[in-house]
Ligand binder design. Structure first.
Ligand code: RIB
Length: 299
C-alpha cells in the first residue's frame, strides 16, 4: 500500500503564446480547470500504475474541494483521511507555452494546515509513504518520523524544495527523487559539488536510493554502488505539468509491487514521457498497460 501525505489543489490552466516575465501580462484564449496538487497527482499516478493508494491531506469548505478530489474518488483511492477544513482548497495558476513548458503559482490554502499526526497508526512496515514539498516542512519531517517508527519506507520528492535544513529531511528518506534544479538547490544547502553525478555520489547511502530526473533527457539514479541512466523516449510534448508527478507515482508503484529498481526506473521514465503528451496534471497520468508497453522499449 502507498500512502501519500501531501497537497490537493485545483489547477486553473491558461495556454499562452509565451510565459510572462516579471511585471508583464500575457493573454491566452481561455482557461481550463483540472484537479492537481503534487500529492494528489502522485497518488493518482501511483494508482493508475497499479498500486493500492491512500491519500492523506486536506481540502477547504469551498466549491473547489469536490472537483479537486474527483479523479482520486473515481479511481478508488482511499480518501477517508482527507479532511475538510475551514478555508480555501489549494489553488494553482498555471501558464503553458506552445512547447509545453509551464509556470506555476500556488496558493497553499488548506494544504498549509495538514498535520503529520493524521498518519499515526495508519502505516505498517509493508507501506511506502510518499511525500513532496507542498506541505509544511515541519509536518513532512514529522511524517518521516511516523513512517520510521512504523517501519514504512519513505519516498520523498521535495518539490518545491522546502526552506530549512535539507540534511534533516534526507536522514529519514529511503528513495529521494529530485529534478536538476532541486538537486542544485539541495547541493548548495548540503555544501556538496554541483551536477547530477556528484549529487548521486554524495547523497546515496546504504539505506537511500537517489534519482535525478533530467526532463526530456531521462533520468540518472544511484542505489548502493550501482549507477543507472535511462534516456526518455521521444514524445510530442503538449504540457509538461505533472510529468514529474507521473514519474514519481509510477516509480513508487513499481517499487511497491516489488519490481527490480532498474525496471521501476524505466516505468517511471515511461510514465513521465506519456504524461507530457496530454494537457493537465492528473488527466495525463498514464495507465499501467501503457506504461509497461513504453517501458519495454527504453534501453
Ligand atoms: O506538479 C504539478 C502540480 O504542481 C500542479 O498540479 C499544481 O497543482 C502544483 O501543485
Amino acid at each position: 500500500m502507498i500512502t501519500v501525505f501531501g497537497s490537493i489543489n485545483l489547477d486553473l490552466v491558461v495556454s499562452v503564446p509565451r510565459l510572462p516575465k516579471a511585471g508583464e501580462t500575457v493573454s491566452g484564449p481561455d482557461h481550463q480547470s483540472f484537479a492537481g496538487g503534487k500529492g494528489a497527482n502522485q497518488a493518482l499516478a501511483a494508482c493508475r500504475a497499479g498500486a493500492a493508494v491512500k491519500m492523506v491531506g486536506a481540502v477547504g469548505r469551498d466549491a473547489f474541494a469536490r472537483p479537486a478530489l474527483a479523479n482520486l474518488r473515481d479511481a478508488g483511492i482511499d480518501l477517508s483521511d482527507v479532511r475538510e477544513l475551514d478555508g480555501a482548497t489549494g489553488l494553482a495558476l498555471i501558464g503553458i507555452d506552445p512547447s509545453g513548458e509551464n509556470q506555476i503559482i500556488v496558493a497553499s490554502g488548506t494544504n498549509a494546515r495538514v498535520e503529520a499526526g493524521w498518519l499515526d497508526r495508519r502505516l505498517t512496515d509493508a507501506d511506502i509513504l510518499m511525500l513532496q514539498g507542498e506541505a509544511p516542512y515541519a509536518e513532512i519531517l514529522q511524517a518521516m518520523d511516523v513512517a520510521r517508527r512504523a517501519g514504512a519506507s519513505v519516498f520523498w520528492n521535495p518539490a518545491p524544495v522546502p526552506a530549512g535544513n535539507p540534511a534533516s529531511g534526507l536522514e529519514g528518506v529511503n528513495t529521494l527523487v529530485v529534478n536538476e534544479s532541486e538537486a542544485a538547490f539541495l547541493a548548495a544547502g548540503l555544501a556538496i559539488a554541483e551536477g547530477p553525478a556528484a549529487f548521486l555520489d554524495n547523497v546515496v547511502s546504504p539505506s537511500r536510493a537517489v534519482v535525478v530526473t533530467l526532463g526530456a533527457e531521462g533520468v540518472v539514479a544511484a542505489r548502493g554502488d550501482e549507477r543507472f541512466r535511462f534516456a526518455s523516449p521521444a514524445v510530442e510534448a503538449v504540457d509538461t505539468t505533472g510529468a514529474g508527478d507521473a514519474f514519481c507515482g509510477a516509480l513508487a508503484a513499481a517499487l511497491d509491487l516489488g519490481r527490480p529498481f532498474e525496471r521501476a526506473l524505466r516505468e517511471g521514465v515511461a510514465a513521465g514521457a506519456l504524461a507530457c503528451t496530454v494537457t493537465g496534471a492528473q488527466s495525463s497520468a498514464p495507465m499501467k498497460a501503457d506504461i509497461a508497453r513504453l517501458a519495454d522499449q527504453i534501453a
